[in-house]
Design a protein around this ligand. Structure first.
Ligand SMILES: NC(=O)c1ccc[n+]([C@@H]2O[C@H](COP(=O)([O-])OP(=O)(O)OC[C@H]3O[C@@H](n4cnc5c(N)ncnc54)[C@H](OP(=O)(O)O)[C@@H]3O)[C@@H](O)[C@H]2O)c1
Length: 321
């Protein structure tokens, strides 16, 4: 089968189309023929070498498709089932993959393959952030950075649905309109948001900032928090955040800082299913709409990576094999 692979870390041009063998699924595994593959920002960090990968490597963790074969001991899936998966190793950018059945989910009829492939990582991340890292309550004001991005758009809609006042940040005028249309009550820019967050909250600050931008927003995020507030630093699209002084967190109001990750919030099948059922529920009911705003051929992946890194995209990006 054909797959996207890279032999050295670097820019989008290191990605190549290669023929790779794909065998039969082993015990507890399934083989999935892909219909849609997600492009998550993490894939860019892996390609650049900012997240470790054993080279040469495939890329991507999230894909939707159809079960082609089920290995020994697999009873939950049979050939023809429509499914989605998020799992390692990175090899989703391909015509097909082998996946552990424990990380595969059946797709409900109401969710098409492109939507499925573009909502699992982003939607499950949004879900753990607003339901577990800090449980958003009616009347809360929250800050979500990169509010017009994939995770940002889902967090904004879901937090709004939970009754929060949503303060989003974005990098351009076009994205400001997107963020407003997706639930943000206030839309700010990265350079001067902290004093404005204070102003909007009557000086109090917010109980939580969801920060995936990292280097350029981290300090302002801390300054936006109310006493005992939580900074959920869940990504670093602009670069790694600076080191934190634990004593300084005390001086700033007994603040909490965490770097949460999806794997730690969905380690068991039961936790994965709870997260996914919640996500499928808000999507099926229309409370959260998944914006599959960009669709590329998988074989145009170099351009797709350039556009995401160049901050040209909003919402989710899918690759079609
Ligand atoms: N920890 C976890 O569990 C977890 C899970 C999923 C995703 N993530 C992280 O969450 C973030 C969002 O993921 P996503 O896939 O939905 O991506 P995305 O938000 O659609 O894309 C990243 C956005 O970050 C903003 N950005 C700010 N500075 C940037 C820079 N220097 N270079 C590029 N983009 C910059 C851009 O929006 P503007 O143009 O509006 O600034 C860009 O569109 C990523 O950092 C990702 O690694 C973490």
């Amino acid at each position: 089968m054909k797959a996207i692979r890279f032999h050295q870390a670097g820019g989008p041009e290191v990605l190549r189309i290669e023929d790779v063998p794909l065998g039969d699924p082993g015990p507890g595994e399934v083989r999935i023929r892909h219909t849609a593959v997600a492009l998550n920002f993490r894939d860019i960090l892996v390609r650049r070498g900012q997240h470790a990968a054993k080279l040469p490597s495939g890329l991507g963790t999230e894909s939707a498709g159809v079960i082609e074969a089920a290995g020994p001991g697999v009873t939950e899936f049979k050939p023809g089932d429509r499914v989605v998966t998020v799992c390692r190793p990175d090899c989703a950018y391909a015509e097909a993959r082998i996946a552990p059945a424990a990380r595969v989910l059946k797709l409900p009829d109401g969710i098409d393959d492109r939507t499925a492939a573009s909502m699992m990582v982003r939607g499950m991340t949004a879900r753990y952030l607003i339901r577990e890292t800090y449980k958003v309550k009616p009347g809360d004001a929250i800050v979500i950075h990169a509010a017009a991005g994939g995770v940002g758009m889902i967090v904004s809609q879901w937090a709004k649905h939970l009754g929060a006042t949503v303060i989003g940040t974005v990098g351009s005028d076009d994205k400001e309109a997107v963020a407003r249309a997706n639930g943000c009550d206030h839309v700010l820019r990265y350079d001067d948001f902290a004093p404005k967050v204070r102003e909007i909250t009557g000086g109090k600050g917010v109980p939580v900032v969801y920060d995936s931008v990292g280097r350029v927003t981290f300090e302002g995020s801390l300054k936006s928090l109310a006493p005992r507030g939580i900074l959920a630093s869940f990504g670093e699209s602009s670069g790694d955040p600076p080191p934190v002084s634990v004593r300084e967190l005390g001086h700033m109001g007994s603040l909490f800082v965490t770097h949460p990750s999806l794997g730690d919030y969905t380690p068991t099948r039961a936790e994965l299913l709870e997260t996914v059922n919640d996500l499928f529920g808000v999507v099926a009911s229309g409370k959260v709409k998944i914006a599959v705003n960009h669709s590329y051929s998988l074989w145009d992946v170099v351009q797709a990576h350039r556009d995401v890194e160049g901050r040209k995209t909003t919402g989710s990006v899918v690759l079609i094999p």
